[in-house]
Design a protein around this ligand. Structure first.
Ligand code: NDP
Ligand code: OXD
Length: 309
């Protein structure tokens, strides 16, 4: 009857306490004190050691603490046939929408240029267009990107999205699949990556992709570091193909102290905090899904292992 927890970040309260409150009928245990492994039915985890989940012989479901599940699917010994549920919770979505909106507005209003002017005591009256003339493109159009689009649309940005399957939406121009990528890129001045990291998307942020954007485009990557070919980002910034980049995720995290991104004048680095799973709202989702499973129903937000998200 146990739920076992391997957390990622230190939150205000131990995850075990928050989940235990939400699930009084279950025993919630920490990863380091699991008790009888055969009693563990649910795991709530971020980055468990490869092979570890297989040691729970009666696992009914694996809950990812994050929206992305690349950290779980890379385990070659992941138990087969056990559903994986990814994190979809309103506050995680809200946090990403705030991050994306803030950085889109920052590029749109040319804040990096204004900050450089201030440093140099330059009074240069930049004239920037308004949002309807700014073309923003969302790579990935799932839970997070759709909510960002809702707010960007309210600000009247000219929006497009690129996804695996086509989307029906009046307010966002939809492109999809391999054939849709080039026309999507050609029209995108501010590119926001909210893709999952899969076999099909790894390394997608590379020189070839940047060359298809209009010169001087900007990049916001809050997907995964594995999407980035990092030397290609630096090259595109240095040639001016990219005017700026906001990077929340990196090939190696924490970002090594000698990474050129830390000091690059055209780069904003954030430490993988574009959005963070919030405890109470996440625990509500987990508890609701456990109750569904116990009632014989399929959980919400399950991952398609073949697609990788
Ligand atoms: P979803 O699964 O809801 O959406 C994924 C989107 O990507 C879908 O629109 C999907 O297309 C599209 N996609 C997947 N594969 C391809 C492909 N090969 N070609 C084109 N489009 C593709 O995910 P979320 O929106 O919830 O989260 C997205 C990612 O954001 C997470 O996987 C995680 O990596 C990252 N993340 C980062 C955080 C941070 O703090 N930096 C916080 C939370 C998440 P379709 O709609 O057709 O299926
Ligand atoms: C996530 C993340 O996937 O925080 O939720 O990166």
């Amino acid at each position: 009857m146990t739920l076992i927890i391997k957390p990622d970040l230190e939150h205000d309260r131990p995850w075990r306490d928050v989940l235990q409150e939400m699930l009084p009928e279950r025993t919630c245990r920490d990863w380091d004190a699991p008790g009888d492994l055969g009693e563990v039915e649910y795991a709530f985890v971020w980055n468990p050691p490869p092979g570890a989940l297989r040691t729970f012989s009666n696992l009914k479901c694996i809950f990812s603490i994050g929206a992305g599940v690349d950290h779980l699917l890379k385990d070659p010994d992941l138990p087969e046939g056990v559903p994986i549920v990814r994190m979809v919770e309103p506050e995680l979505t809200q946090g990403m929408t705030e991050y994306v909106t803030m950085h889109v507005l920052r590029f749109h209003r040319e804040v990096p240029t204004l900050e450089a002017q201030q440093r140099d005591r330059v009074w240069n009256e930049l004239i920037v267009p308004t949002a309807p003339s700014r073309r923003v493109g969302l790579l990935g159009f799932g839970v997070l990107a759709q909510d960002s689009a809702r707010v960007l649309r309210a600000l009247d940005f000219d929006l497009a999205c690129w996804s695996r399957t086509p989307k029906q939406t009046d307010s966002v121009e939809s492109f999809h699949g391999a054939d849709g990528l080039d026309p999507f890129l050609t029209r995108t001045q501010i590119l926001v990556c909210l893709l999952p990291l899969t076999e099909a998307t790894k390394g997608i942020l590379n020189r070839t992709l940047f060359a298809k954007l209009p010169r001087g485009a900007s990049l916001i990557n809050a997907g995964r570091g594995g999407h980035q070919v990092e030397p290609d980002i630096l090259e595109a910034l240095d040639t001016g193909q990219l005017a700026g980049a906001v990077l929340d995720v990196f090939r190696t995290e924490p970002l090594p102290a000698d990474s050129p991104f830390w000091t690059h004048p055209k780069v904003t680095v954030t430490p993988h905090i574009a959005s963070v799973t919030q405890q109470r709202s996440a625990a509500e989702q987990v508890a609701a899904n456990i109750r569904r499973i116990e009632a014989g129903e399929a959980p919400h937000n399950t991952v398609d292992r073949a697609l990788g998200y």
